[in-house]
Every structure is written in structure tokens, then in C-alpha cells.
Design a protein around this ligand. Structure first.
Ligand code: PHB
Length: 405
């Protein structure tokens, strides 16, 4: 009798354990829906950004911008509470595949937001393609991400490397420049940026007299500045960003080159760097999809909200992070939640953002179509001199996605 009762009890306990295990498995499969149909499980967001090294400041701005957009939406996406998994990408392409796999298969995130660096992006896009995880790129310009490597689950809220640089080619020519030297870091972003400038400049009839590359993320520019002085071009077009941009502009000025040669760049050269560059940045001309002085309601509200929250002014990188968050929040709302990835992606394709940078919509390849502004540094600000190219779309060469499937 005693034995029978004990057996009965242990059968009951086993049943309870089996039910609990089943419930856990179902919840893990995304089946943990409550009676209202909403998923109780938190929406897991992996932030893969550089929190150390040359691009650390860029990563911090993107993170803060993104988190601000999510916080404004009540720290939820499509009705689900948000949980962050933060991973330092270190702007190191060598570790990118492992890091991305950790987020996607180890931490099982619903979406990854990152990176800053084009080389890191290459590895992340490949893993996203294999695993089908949603990826939103809030900076890295790697052209292929929205060209040959484009994928239904990969979106970008920033730019392709081609976008800000190409319009500067025509601008440089229109300013009377005929012989130009280019200089950049030798990696994806530097090479693609210079190629885009060359394309725009040569199409007008300009000549690139020398392309100079230095290893990433080196900031020793003296030998190259001496070479530039001896070549005596009409202008120099460069790609540097973050700590490297600060150093380059300071060295340029200290070498006295600003007196005889116009310095041009894609706008990262003077983005988030003006305080550190000071007087040396005055007069530098750049093209970019944002300026802090854009006189719109969206820009004013964003800038003041950011300053209130974090105690400092935002830059372009913060805008790109913010827009990544807005894209997710607005699309999840339009799709009625995040459960159905195909619906969410279709909503993302249709989403048009009223961004602090101006209007943004997405190309078939999932890259932003946006204004590229011509800016000049005056009194420590990137003042807008005009629109270098209105609503510019990347050519998207090699991408076979069709919008509105
Ligand atoms: C890139 O590696 O794609 C990159 C990095 C920093 C920038 C722009 C592009 O400011």
C-alpha cells in the first residue's frame, strides 16, 4: 500500500516535470503566447558595436541613439519588452564571425544591430544570411551589404560607402579642381569611398594624380603629408573617421597645407570630431547625409531630447542609431508585432522615416535613399552650403531583391 502511494506520487511528479519541460520547449520555440496573442518572451536585441579603439566614440553614439528610440517607445518593440545583449566588436574583422555567431546562436537574439566597420559588416552579413536573423546596420558602409550580398533580412539605416563620396566628385570639379590626390585607410570603407569619389570626379573630366593609402587604424600621417605637399594638387579628398579624423585634420593644419590646398572629405572627417579639431577644421568641405544645423522640427526635437537624456549633443552616428530603433519600432507596429518575420520585413521595406537628417525611404536593396548635403566647417559647426545630391539612392548593383514581394 505504502509502496503504491509512493509510486503514484512519483508518477504525478514525473508528469508535472514533463509538462514543465514541454512548456519551456514551447516558449523557446516562440510558442509562449498569452491569451491576447502577444508573445511574452522579451524581444532580444544584440548590439554589436565598437566600445573600444578608434571607433569607440562612434559605437557609443549609435548605442545611445538606438536606446533612446527604444526608450521613447516604452522600452518595447511590437508589444514585447526589450532585452539587450551588448558585445564589443572592437572594429576587428578577424573576430566578427565568431562574435556574430555567439549573438545569433549562443544568445539567440531576435535582431542584431551593428556594426561600425565595413570589414566587420562583411562577416556579419554572411552569418545573417546563413541563419536568417534580422540584421540592421547602423553605420558600416560596405557597398556589397546592399549590392551583391543583399538579403531580405539585412537592412541599413546609414549609407553605402559610395553614397556620401560620389557627389563630392562633381562638387570638386565645379569648384574648379582638376588635379586631386586622395588619401584613406586601406580597408573596405577607405577603398570604396575613394573609388566613389573617383567615379564622380572622373565623370566630369577631373584627374586623380595619386591615391595614397595607410594601414587601418594608423594615425601617423607625416610622410604622406610631405608627399602631398610635393605633388601640389588643387585639392585632396580623404576618408578618415573617429580618432583618425581628429589626428589627420590637426596634422594637415599643423603642416600648413590648408593655406594652399583645399581639403575635401566624406563628412565623417568632421563628424563628432569638431571640438577636438578646433581651429584646424575651419573651412573643411565635406558631403554627408546629415548636418547638426539642419533646420527641421525633427532635428530640433531629436537634438534636444538626446542632450537632455545624455548631457551632450548628438552627431550623425547617434542619428543612424536612432533611426535603426525607429525603423524597428515603427515597422513592428505596422506589422502588428514581431512574431512573423516576413511581415515585419515587408513593413520595414515600406517604412518611411521622418529622420533628423531629412526624409528616408528604403531602396529595393534595403539601403536608405536620402539627401546628401554639402557642408563647410564654420565656427565649429558643419554649416549646410546646399544639397549636393537630392534623395540619392545607391545603384544597388548585383542585388536581386525586389521590393513589395
Ligand atoms: C566603415 O568602416 O564602413 C566606416 C567606419 C566609420 C565611418 C564610416 C564608415 O565613419
Amino acid at each position: 500500500m505504502l509502496n503504491e502511494q509512493a509510486t503514484e506520487r512519483s508518477r504525478g511528479a514525473l508528469k508535472a516535470i514533463a509538462f514543465a519541460v514541454l512548456a519551456i520547449i514551447l516558449a523557446g520555440c516562440g510558442g509562449g503566447e498569452n491569451s491576447g496573442g502577444a508573445v511574452d518572451r522579451p524581444y532580444k536585441i544584440g548590439l554589436m558595436l565598437p566600445y573600444s579603439g578608434t571607433y569607440a566614440q562612434l559605437g557609443e553614439m549609435i548605442k545611445q541613439g538606438f536606446e533612446m528610440a527604444i526608450a521613447e517607445a516604452g522600452d518595447s518593440v511590437g508589444g514585447r519588452a526589450v532585452r539587450y545583449v551588448r558585445l564589443d566588436s572592437e572594429a576587428d574583422a578577424g573576430r566578427a564571425t565568431r562574435n556574430m555567431q555567439q549573438l545569433v546562436t549562443g544568445d539567440n537574439v531576435d535582431v542584431v544591430v551593428g556594426p561600425v566597420h565595413s570589414g566587420v559588416a562583411m562577416a556579419m552579413v554572411r552569418v545573417a544570411q546563413q541563419e536568417g536573423t534580422l540584421l540592421i546596420i547602423p553605420n558600416a558602409g560596405l557597398d556589397a551589404a546592399t549590392r551583391e550580398l543583399c538579403a531580405p533580412n539585412v537592412f541599413r539605416t546609414s549609407f553605402s560607402n559610395w553614397q556620401p563620396a560620389y557627389p563630392m566628385g562633381r562638387t570638386a570639379y565645379e569648384r574648379g579642381h582638376r588635379r586631386v590626390v586622395t588619401m584613406a585607410w586601406r580597408y573596405g570603407a577607405g577603398q570604396e569611398t575613394v573609388a566613389a569619389f573617383r567615379e564622380g570626379f572622373e565623370a566630369q573630366g577631373g584627374e586623380i594624380v595619386r591615391e595614397i593609402f595607410v594601414p587601418f587604424p594608423e594615425v601617423a600621417f607625416q610622410a604622406q603629408l610631405t608627399e602631398i605637399a610635393s605633388l601640389s594638387p588643387d585639392a585632396v579628398f580623404v576618408f578618415f573617421a573617429g580618432g583618425g579624423a581628429v589626428q589627420f585634420v590637426r596634422d594637415w593644419h599643423a603642416a600648413g597645407l590648408h593655406r594652399s590646398i583645399e581639403l575635401l572629405g566624406s563628412g565623417f572627417l568632421t563628424e563628432g570630431t569638431l571640438n577636438a579639431q578646433g581651429e584646424a577644421a575651419e573651412g573643411v568641405l565635406t558631403t554627408l547625409h546629415y548636418s547638426e544645423v539642419l533646420d527641421t522640427e525633427e532635428n530640433r526635437v531629436f537634438r534636444e531630447g538626446f542632450r537632455e537624456r545624455y548631457g551632450r549633443w548628438p552627431d550623425l552616428y547617434a542619428v543612424q542609431g536612432y533611426d535603426a530603433g525607429r525603423l524597428l519600432v515603427e515597422s513592428a507596429e505596422a506589422a502588428g508585432g514581431t512574431q512573423d518575420q516576413a511581415r515585419l520585413i515587408a513593413a520595414m521595406e515600406r517604412t518611411e522615416l521622418q529622420s533628423p537628417r531629412g526624409p528616408v525611404r528604403f531602396s529595393a536593396a534595403h539601403n536608405p535613399i536620402q539627401n546628401i548635403y554639402l557642408r563647410e566647417v564654420r565656427n565649429g559647426q558643419n554649416v549646410v552650403r546646399g544639397i549636393a545630391h537630392e534623395m540619392l539612392a545607391d545603384p544597388g548593383t548585383g542585388c536581386r531583391l525586389v521590393q513589395g514581394r
